[in-house]
Ligand binder design. Structure first.
Ligand SMILES: Nc1ncnc2c1ncn2[C@@H]1O[C@H](COP(=O)(O)OP(=O)(O)OP(=O)(O)O)[C@@H](O)[C@H]1O
Ligand SMILES: [Mg+2]
Length: 270
């Protein structure tokens, strides 16, 4: 048994306007403390759906989800909210920074809104330590509009780390960044695993995936070890399904710098 995360036979069927679709069809996954895992997969394969189950924004239809050995597969929303703020850090492609707050205030939000109360002095010290961890303490007083995309994403990573989560969940965190700043962001997240934080990175980028200890691929609703087929002769698209990284780059939407969004904050800091 692991001290962090275990998924056994997780299934999820989504009912949209069309016929119900089984997105996850028996996902098994174990992540230990300090371990980093990349998840690749074609657009629409269910990676974000899986992360939202792990982050307790949603619940599986069937299967078991153990966190620290405790079964939380059917946890009620109130407890889920408490676990979200105590145990997880979230990083998304869109940074979701509040544009009227400084970098430090954005990070401190996670301490104010979470469980438990910290005196202002401690909040400040932890905020600055988190910004320092991601190398931007000197930008603490800047508002998002004055930060580059990479700097904004590092604020978001600091916000995710400030509560010292057990598990960092990152959904295409470099999708809106150039290669260099993307690499920086991946490195600051990977560094968190040296301090014992688990990391699940959803990405379309093989170079980033290869910086994780394990690389998995979500295909047909199950997770399996991924095989890096770059460099091999591409097979015709009609003969077989496209190779995931290629399919992803063809279909993934990579918006520009959309860092000042305030939307979508619901649930992030409860
Ligand atoms: N709330 C919902 N109701 C119905 N279907 C949904 C819902 N959310 C997502 N889906 C569908 O579930 C499938 C998986 O979506 P998901 O967002 O998990 O894919 P993904 O692997 O993260 O894709 P991408 O790489 O493009 O981000 C898609 O076909 C999507 O259209
Ligand atoms: Mg997604």
């Amino acid at each position: 048994m692991t001290d962090l995360l275990e998924l056994h036979g997780i299934t999820k069927t989504l009912k949209g306007q069309q016929a119900p679709r089984t997105i996850l069809d028996g996902v098994d996954l174990t992540v230990d403390s300090g371990e980093s895992v990349a998840i690749l997969g074609r657009s629409g394969s269910g990676k974000s759906t899986l992360l939202s189950l792990i982050g307790l924004f949603d619940r599986p239809d069937t299967g078991r989800y153990l966190l620290g050995g405790r079964d939380i597969s059917r946890v009620a929303e109130r407890r889920a909210a408490a676990l979200r703020s105590a145990e997880f850090g979230f990083v998304f492609q869109r940074f979701f920074l509040l544009k009227h707050l400084t970098a430090a205030q954005n990070v401190a939000m996670a301490l104010v809104n979470g469980q438990g109360w910290l005196p202002r002095r401690k909040r400040r010290a932890r905020t600055m330590a988190a910004l320092d961890q991601v190398g931007i303490a000197h930008l603490a007083k800047h508002r998002p509009a004055r930060l580059s995309g990479g700097e904004q994403q590092r604020v978001a990573v600091a916000r995710a780390l400030v509560r010292e989560p057990r598990l960092l969940l990152a959904d295409e965190p470099t999708g809106a960044l150039d290669t260099e700043t993307g690499n920086l962001v991946i490195e600051v997240m990977r560094a968190a695993t040296d301090r014992g934080c688990g990391l699940i990175l959803v990405t379309h980028d093989w170079d980033h995936a290869n910086k994780m200890q394990r690389v998995l691929q979500l295909t047909d609703g199950t997770l399996n070890p991924a095989i890096d087929t770059r460099g091999t002769t591409p097979t015709p698209a009609v003969a077989s399904p496209p190779e995931p990284a290629a399919a992803a780059s063809a279909s993934a939407t990579v918006p520009g710098r959309t860092g000042q969004d305030d939307a979508g904050l619901d649930g992030m800091f409860r």
